[in-house]
Design a protein around this ligand. Structure first.
Ligand code: SF4
Ligand code: SF4
Ligand code: SF4
Length: 642
């Protein structure tokens, strides 16, 4: 049956609900919109409400009938109300609330304390008449749910008597002939499971918890002070008024059976463990308490799961003490023996039949579908979580919410959680990913280095190619000596040096005599060969590495002579002239000799910033034309003309 709800949007997978849940697997981890969230397995849930209290992300809520109760009242449904004893402590203006509810159409209002008296009366009768050795009290539906689902072997020990609520309603229906639908004003969210249980005969239709009722009143801005005070419609209860406090039943039974062995135990943390021990005790045929007075809530129903939990328990005790005194005075009659006579039970003996208040239970253990893994299966789960060794399987850090790593592995095995909810598993995954990343990173590093090396190699190759291209750009393709571009750059350098160092700079402009005739008569191939021979003769005629020879264009060559004055330049020009003549390149069509000759114009300067290198070349050119004019095969220095 569905009772606890989870808002998956709000759930942050904090695992608190697992941690507080007295059952191992009622909270299951599921995937929702790409994240892990928690859900409730309703078959495994016992409705203890611990997760609703623990979840501080408001992701947990419970089903309650408040809205339906008011809506049915508005439709004219005949509804009477039974009120839990704890309402007196939880709802301020309780009697004005009754006024409001009656105004809304509620017919009769009964105090469940009377039903508590009937329950005690029935317990005492059952214990005495059947001579029972041990009985587990069942007013708390969570205890009943736990035993029916998880400890069916204890069903025979559950008192076969209805709860105070059901005793009240039985009394109303069977003895007061009230046929209305019944609502329960309740401190308990799990009462819904009791009222919908087949064994309670569908006698109650609405579980209206204090908490949801308070929200309802706030939501609809109900001002209770506007309503008159109206009291219960029933006869006054007796000692049943203390039922809602821890040990309330015990106090009732001890009143009638002083000295009886009664185990009083409350709170989810202790109760369910105790029932495990109790079960073992019975199996071993050991003596057990006559009555186990047990409640799921540590402070009893007064601060039950459906309350605001806002009242200090001592304040409740003070109030209960006063109410108890008042109610006992009504039903106790002094006797000569000193032990007062309790007239309420005499009344019950006369008016009620025990059978009316009996109930039975159902073994619901088949709902609990949990398979116990074999050691091999558990080992497989652990290995899938990278828990290879015993130590890692006993970390038991509780961060997954489970009580142990084994319990978590069992949940994984049964599909109730996912291994990603173990933080150590995630750590291991991160570590492995880190390692993997390191390997990948190392490989990337290695490839990068390889790439860098390749880039360096290619760059060097490119630089060589570029340098070669640069070189080729400055080399004359035919003669393989520097071309005019290379000369211009060299001239700029030497020109600047001459300005800087004030050293003389000389230039020879050289032209092959009658080269047109040579070409015309010997052909271009021969002409090219002639140019190559002249070029190599010029290169070998220069003794200094600083001297620079280039092809200037056509049959013209140019030679730059750094640190060379006029005299030195003329001497060098004459040497060149001779060297060419010595080549003895046949030229039958020259007007000078039978061999190839050249004319050389020379210029010399100590350059200043006011001079121009273009003029420097022009003057050398002029000198060369003068050498031609002088009969060719000669040297002429421009300064001789000036
Ligand atoms: S307590 Fe449970 S339901 Fe609430 S946020 Fe945490 S995991 Fe989610
Ligand atoms: S109500 Fe109780 S039993 Fe159910 S899931 Fe929450 S803590 Fe577990
Ligand atoms: S102790 Fe009372 S309020 Fe708490 S679960 Fe049991 S019956 Fe409900």
């Amino acid at each position: 049956m569905e009772l606890i709800l989870t808002d998956h949007e709000r759930c942050v997978n904090c695992n608190k609900c697992i941690n507080v849940c007295p059952t191992e697997f009622a909270n299951t981890v599921v995937s929702y919109k790409g994240k892990l969230v928690h859900s409730v397995n309703h078959d495994l849930c016992i409705g203890c409400g611990e997760c609703v209290i623990a979840c501080n992300h408001n992701a947990r809520d419970y089903i309650d009938d408040t809205e339906r109760f008011f809506s049915d009242l508005a439709k004219g449904e005949k509804i009477s109300l039974t009120v839990a004893p704890s309402a007196k402590f939880n709802i301020p203006n309780l009697y004005r609330l009754f006024g409001f509810l009656k105004a809304k159409g509620v017919r009769l209002i009964y105090d469940v304390s009377l039903g508590a008296d009937i329950t005690t009366w029935a317990y005492i009768k059952e214990l005495t008449e059947l001579n029972l050795e041990t009985v587990i009290a069942q007013p708390c539906p969570v205890v009943v749910n736990y035993i029916e689902k998880y400890k069916p072997e204890l069903i025979d020990q559950l008192a076969a008597i209805q709860s105070p609520l059901m005793c009240t309603v039985t009394y109303l229906k069977e003895y007061k002939k009230i046929n209305d639908s019944i609502a329960f004003l309740s401190p308990c969210i799990a009462k819904l499971t009791e009222i919908r249980d087949a064994n309670t005969n569908n006698m109650v239709q609405y579980n209206v918890t204090f908490k949801k009722l308070t929200s309802y009143l706030e939501k609809y801005q109900v001002n209770l002070s506007e309503y008159e005070e109206i009291h219960f419609d029933d006869i006054d209860a007796g000692l049943g008024v203390v039922f809602s406090k821890p040990g309330g039943l015990r106090e009732n039974v001890e009143y009638h059976k002083p000295g009886a062995w009664i185990r009083q135990i409350e709170g989810a943390r202790h109760l369910y463990k105790y029932l495990d021990h109790y079960s073992v005790r019975l199996k071993k045929n050991k003596q057990a308490p006559l009555l186990v007075d047990c409640l799921n809530c540590v402070d009893g129903c007064n601060i039950g799961t459906g309350t605001e939990k806002a009242i200090p328990i001592d304040d409740i005790d003070v109030q209960i003490k006063a109410i108890k005194k008042m109610h006992l005075e009504k039903w106790e009659e002094p006797t000569t023996s000193g032990k007062p006579k309790y007239n309420l039970f005499n009344k019950f003996d006369q008016e009620l039949k025990l059978d009316s208040f009996k109930r039975s239970y159902t073994d619901k253990s088949d709902l609990v579908k949990v398979t116990e893994p074999t050691p091999e299966q558990l080992d497989t789960v652990f290995k899938s979580m990278y828990k290879m060794h015993e130590k890692s399987r006993k970390v038991n850090c509780y961060s997954c919410g489970y009580q142990s790593c084994t319990s978590f592995a069992k949940a994984v095995f049964n599909g109730y959680t996912q291994k990603e909810n173990c933080f150590r598993y995630n750590l291991e995954i991160s570590r492995l990913e880190h390692e993997e990343n390191e390997i990948v990173y190392g490989e990337i590093q290695r490839l990068n280095e390889l790439l860098e090396q390749k880039v360096i190699e290619r760059t060097e190759e490119l630089e060589i190619v570029n340098a070669r291209l640069e070189e080729l750009l400055r080399i004359d393709a035919l003669t393989e000596i520097p071309n005019r571009k290379a000369f211009d750059e060299q001239l700029e350098r030497e020109w600047n040096r001459s300005i800087r160092e004030q050293e003389p700079l000389s230039l020879m402009m050289l032209d092959i005599d009658c080269f047109k005739q040579y070409n015309d008569n010997y052909g271009h191939i021969q002409g090219d060969l002639c140019l190559k021979n002249i070029a190599s003769a010029l290169v070998s005629s220069l003794l200094r590495t600083t001297d620079f020879v280039a092809r200037y264009g056509g049959e013209e060559f140019i030679i730059l002579l750094p640190n060379t004055d006029k005299k030195g330049a003329i001497t060098k020009a004459n040497t060149v002239l001779k060297q060419i003549a010595n080549l003895r390149l046949k030229h039958d069509y020259s007007v000078v000799t039978d061999y190839v000759t050249v004319s050389i114009g020379v210029n010399t300067i100590v350059a200043s910033a006011l001079d121009s290198s273009e003029d420097f070349i022009k003057d050398a050119d002029l000198a060369m034309y003068q050498a031609k004019a002088n009969g060719r095969n000669s040297v002429f220095h421009i300064n001789e003309q000036k």
